[in-house]
Ligand binder design. Structure first.
Ligand SMILES: NC(=O)c1ccc[n+]([C@@H]2O[C@H](COP(=O)([O-])OP(=O)(O)OC[C@H]3O[C@@H](n4cnc5c(N)ncnc54)[C@H](O)[C@@H]3O)[C@@H](O)[C@H]2O)c1
Length: 376
């Protein structure tokens, strides 16, 4: 099987998810070019060790990522590093002429995103995307299909979000994701927001204005060494926008990103309410596609257990369950298919979509500052 030689910069949580997906490429029942990781780079050698131990194809281990970029045989790079490094690392990857899968928020702030995009436009031949895996759940793909088929009629509302609860534990130690100097001023919006925007943006629901409610609850966290340090990122955010449906009518879209939502362990959800039909999906019940067709004054939700029927076929039977690592594999299979120029029903988050994302979140910070609605 033909392969694309990959380097990984940032060997933490997400770097490993990618590596695990490449090891499971045989799972795909489709002829898609395979990513082969030959080099990794991380400032912390303990994190790179796992790669060297588990992947015989990894021949180069660096602490300075620029050495990885100097390797001519590397064709593509996955960069999964803290937000503050996005601009430097992503632009260096592009300057080195490598295809790239970046991570959200694709620049810590709008200035960083602008710099990445400015570099990208000088390399039109590179395939660059931003990771976002949740839309690849088969039950969510069904919602996307129904939106594409315009089954909802006039849209009343979209509510989408990505909410967590582990920060409810005030004793949870700090990490870079809770420090604005490393994570950025967007806080929870930058961390979680692109996940919520992938489907609405792709379906053409473009915000015309933004109003935000930002909340901060836990101001200090243990530093892991017996002390307490500031935890200065936003904990919870609800962004409210006006968007237009295919009939030209305005409707409100609510995008939640919360670190403190009691009971939520990785709750990615999307709900669309229309005059002719409504539908919803939540990763808390990942195999279920729920829909409702109104019969006059009263309505009832119907649930279909979709099972394992992903966009890109796999060896798993259709009656089984789908999960997070399957969504990661689908996202990477989608990236590699696009790299080969194969058409797809639904593809990865694009750099153009990251521009819109930054517009929304920069406006959200303005909205918070002035307590007003910001027109985009
Ligand atoms: N797609 C998703 O579902 C998802 C989930 C979590 C995080 N992310 C994103 O992935 C990125 C990384 O997050 P993570 O959770 O993997 O973080 P992490 O802290 O687990 O890993 C980051 C790694 O980068 C390394 N690193 C730091 N500075 C470096 C440098 N100069 N050169 C090379 N390596 C360096 C760290 O040592 C660490 O191993 C972020 O952009 C984050 O928003 C995406």
């Amino acid at each position: 099987m033909k392969t694309v030689k990959f380097g990984v910069i940032g060997c933490g949580l997400m770097g490993r998810e990618f590596a695990s997906a490449t090891a499971r490429w045989c799972h795909l029942n489709a002829d898609i070019i395979r990513p082969e990781i030959i080099a990794v780079a991380d400032i912390n050698p303990a994190n790179s060790e796992w790669f060297a131990k588990n992947f015989p194809t990894v021949k180069h281990v660096f602490t300075d990522y620029r050495q990885l970029l100097d390797l001519e045989k590397i064709e593509a790079v996955y960069a999964a590093v803290p937000h503050v490094l996005h601009e430097t690392v992503y632009t260096d990857i592009l300057k080195a002429g490598k295809h790239m899968m970046g991570e959200k928020p694709f620049g810590m702030d709008k200035a960083q995103n602008d710099a990445i995009i400015a570099e990208l436009v000088t390399h039109p031949g590179l395939m660059v995307r931003c990771a976002s895996e949740y839309p690849f759940y088969p039950a969510m793909q069904m919602v996307i299909k129904w939106i594409s088929e315009k089954r909802f009629g006039r849209i009343l509302e979209i509510r989408c979000g990505f909410n967590h609860a582990s920060d409810m534990d005030a004793n949870k130690p700090i990490n870079w994701k809770r420090q604005a100097s490393m994570n950025g001023e967007y806080g929870c919006m930058g961390d979680l927001g692109i996940h919520t925007q992938h489907v609405p943006f792709r379906m053409g629901f473009v915000p015309e204005n933004v109003f935000v409610k930002l909340s901060k609850y836990v101001t200090h966290r243990p530093d892991g060494k017996g002390g307490m340090v500031p935890c200065d990122t936003w904990d919870n955010a609800t962004v409210i926008c006006d968007v237009r449906d295919h009939t030209g009518n305005l409707f409100p879209m609510y995008m939640e990103t919360k670190r403190m939502d009691p009971g939520c362990t990785d709750n990615w959800f999307f709900e669309i309410y229309g005059l002719e039909c409504s539908a919803k999906f939540t990763s808390l019940n990942p195999n279920v596609f729920s829909y409702l067709v109104p019969w006059g004054k009263e309505q009832a939700w119907a649930d279909i257990n979709i099972g394992y029927k992903p966009m890109i076929p796999t060896v798993t039977g259709p009656i089984f369950e789908f999960g997070f690592t399957d969504a990661i594999l689908q996202m990477w299979a989608a990236y590699m298919s696009e790299l080969e120029g194969k058409p797809l029903f639904f593809s990865c988050f694009t750099p153009e979509e990251t521009i819109l994302s930054h517009k929304v979140y920069t406006a959200a910070l303005e909205s918070h500052k002035h307590k007003t609605v910001i027109t985009l």
